[in-house]
Design a protein around this ligand. Structure first.
Ligand code: BEZ
Ligand code: FE
Length: 612
């Protein structure tokens, strides 16, 4: 037999874009005219909308609602005879308004700018002397919530992720609370569904309004359903960690959620897994957090091992969360002790080597588990790698090609070489560079008579203050009209379409070549088969390679891509960056050096390199 008690808050909700403009009306509907505005920078649109209704402002709200801060705000409220509270921001601003409402009975309007959901609960957490206590009282529930999606579009991705997972934690807790009821269940499941689809879209494009809409609706639903049930283990742990050790609220929720879920009966998690669209809910949330770049361990939030030991209950769960382990996948054998044993076996040697190998083990074990890998699949992978090695040699490096087509080379390249926006973006070296290309004079034709559309390149090398860099060594290489490099054509006589130049006193160099064409990477080996297996094409967008070196500067390895060329959006090695796509305009009339050709193109580009 089902039995429950359901009560709902009286809150009025205004949702949309530009809804801060309704604030004066909303204040009037509450019969008020002297607003205490709580919030910091994000409160400006509300401040402007409220105009002369603002009697006083308080921007000192902090996390976990310490009672001494509430005392200060209370003094401001009384000094200015405020008759209404408007809180704009996340859990801190809204928490403070609730604390003030509890003490004064004043009506509140919450204008949330995060997904914390606190505006929809009659619950207030306060801290005093390092302990957090929770009050549940209808008085703390805001009378009105104004959700304005416009206020959320510039919420940074990391905060969007952690406050979104915080909202998901509310929904999960509501589903499994002893006070669960059918209304809250539907709200919770819808909130989980919306967050699972919105958060990856927000991480990819923080200005995606429909994703922001979804996430904000989810935050409201999650807060509302949590408000109608009792809180459970998840909030209990989060409150202990927040109150005692000052751990950040939404980050703590984000780390705890998968582990609390893993501690619940597996069957209880089926509805959550369904809503998330995964087969296993705890690992599904953990993997979502990893994919979104959110925190996974209490350790990274600053909790020390000594702190951990001070918490009395739930040590096993908290240890998993502290270490940031992926929860055990339900329905699979528990291999965590095995993984730990292997990780621990790599405990000697040089620290960086050890750390890299230990993480490789963790990541690979997790990959096998996540995919419930079969022996046949693993043997297939081993055979693939064996063939990749067998086909590699002095003139072919299939492993680099594998790294390139998996995008790993580009990630390493971005990490290593593209850390400052002031320098020209880098791009992968590729397998066709040869050391020490022939040094050529300015104006030389590196195509050496090969067929193709003649290209005049006028290049300058400058430092990050726009000062020309003289005497820089610039290696250039590219493929021929058919997409082959000289090293792939054994019949060619000598190096061609590759050369070394030296910049002149103005940092410039000029040379002739031919307009590059798109070409397939070598696709007759295991990597080509891998691409074919998923219907990926093997082509690179048309480009010319450059390597620019000068003592005292970081060497720049990069490529210039032909604007309008094929495959710019789907370059098979992920080398294309916006700043490297340049015009190669067709020209008519005389050439810069008087060379007699009727049809030619040119490319002009300034490379910026940095000292160091
Ligand atoms: C290249 O542009 O030369 C290249 C880069 C990565 C893989 C294959 C080719
Ligand atoms: Fe290339």
């Amino acid at each position: 037999m089902t039995s429950f008690t359901y009560s709902t808050g009286p809150a009025r909700v205004v949702f949309g874009s530009g809804t801060v403009a309704t604030l004066p009306d909303e204040v009037a509907q509450l019969g008020a005219s002297r607003v205490l505005l709580i919030g910091s920078g994000r409160a400006r649109p509300a401040d402007e909308a409220l105009g002369s209704l603002v009697a006083a402002r308080f921007d000192g709200a902090v996390m976990h609602t310490p009672v001494d801060v509430t005392g200060k705000a209370l003094a401001v409220l009384r000094d200015h005879a405020a008759d209404c509270l408007v809180a704009v921001g996340g859990g801190s601003a809204i928490g403070l308004a609730k604390a003030l409402a509890l003490r004064t009975g004043l009506p509140q309007i919450a204008v949330p700018t995060t997904y914390a959901g606190s505006e929809a609960t009659p619950v207030l957490g306060q801290t005093a002397d390092g302990a957090k206590t929770t009050v549940r009282d209808p008085e703390v529930l805001p009378e009105t919530i104004v959700y304005d999606v416009d206020l959320t579009v510039d919420l940074p991705v990391n905060l969007s992720v952690t406050s979104g997972i915080n909202a998901m934690a509310h929904a999960v807790e509501a589903l499994y609370s002893p006070g669960a009821n059918p209304v809250a269940d539907q709200q919770a499941l819808d909130a989980i569904r919306r967050l699972a689809r919105a958060l990856p879209r927000i991480a990819a494009d923080p200005a995606d309004r429909s994703a922001r809409d979804d996430a904000l609706i989810a935050a409201w639903l999650a807060g509302t359903c949590l408000g109608s049930v009792q809180m459970g283990l998840h909030h209990k742990l989060a409150h202990v960690l927040g109150g005692k050790f000052g751990l950040p609220h939404s980050e703590t929720h984000t780390v705890l959620l998968p582990h609390v879920m893993a501690a619940m009966a597996p069957a209880a998690m089926d509805r959550v897994a369904d809503a998330l669209g995964v087969s296993d809910a705890p690992t599904g949330v953990y993997d979502l957090v990893v994919a979104l770049g959110g925190p996974t361990s209490l350790r990274e939030l600053g909790l020390t091992e000594a702190d951990l030991a001070q918490v009395d209950d739930h040590q096993a769960l908290l240890r998993q969360a502290w270490e940031g382990n992926r929860p055990r996948q339900t329905g699979l054998p528990d291999t965590r002790a095995l993984t730990k044993q292997v990780v621990d076996s790599f405990s000697g040697g040089e620290p960086r080597t050890r750390a890299l190998l230990q993480d490789l083990v963790r990541t690979m074990h997790s990959y096998v588990l996540r995919n419930d890998l079969t022996e046949a699949e693993w043997m297939h992978a081993v055979t693939f790698l064996t063939r990749t090695g067998q086909i590699s040699g002095d003139t072919r490096q299939e492993f680099i090609l594998l790294s390139d087509t998996l995008g790993v080379s580009s990630v390493v390249d971005v990490l290593t070489n593209s850390r400052t926006p002031d320098t020209t973006p880098s791009a992968v070296l590729g397998p066709f560079y040869t050391e020490g290309p022939p040094e050529r004079p300015h104006g030389f034709d590196i195509a050496d008579g090969l067929p193709g559309n003649p290209l005049w390149a006028d290049i300058q090398v400058a430092d990050t203050h726009d000062k020309p860099v003289a005497d820089a060594i610039v290696d250039v290489w590219q493929s021929n009209e058919d997409g082959y490099y000289d090293v792939q054509l054994p019949d060619l006589d000598g190096p061609v379409l590759r050369a070394r130049f030296r910049t002149d006193a103005d940092g410039r160099l000029r040379f002739w070549s031919i307009v590059p064409a798109s070409y397939p990477i070598p696709a007759d080996g295991p990597v080509g088969q891998l691409l074919a297996a998923v219907g990926r094409h093997p082509n690179r967008a048309p480009h010319v390679h450059f390597m620019i070196a000068k003592p005292g500067f970081h060497t720049l390895v990069t490529q210039l891509f032909v604007k309008g060329g094929d495959y710019l959006d789907s370059d098979t090695v992920f080398g294309v960056k916006d700043g490297l796509i340049v015009d190669f305009p067709a020209q008519q009339g005389p050439t810069p050096d008087g060379r007699d050709v009727s049809r030619w193109s040119r490319v002009d580009f300034v490379f910026r390199i940095s000292e160091g």
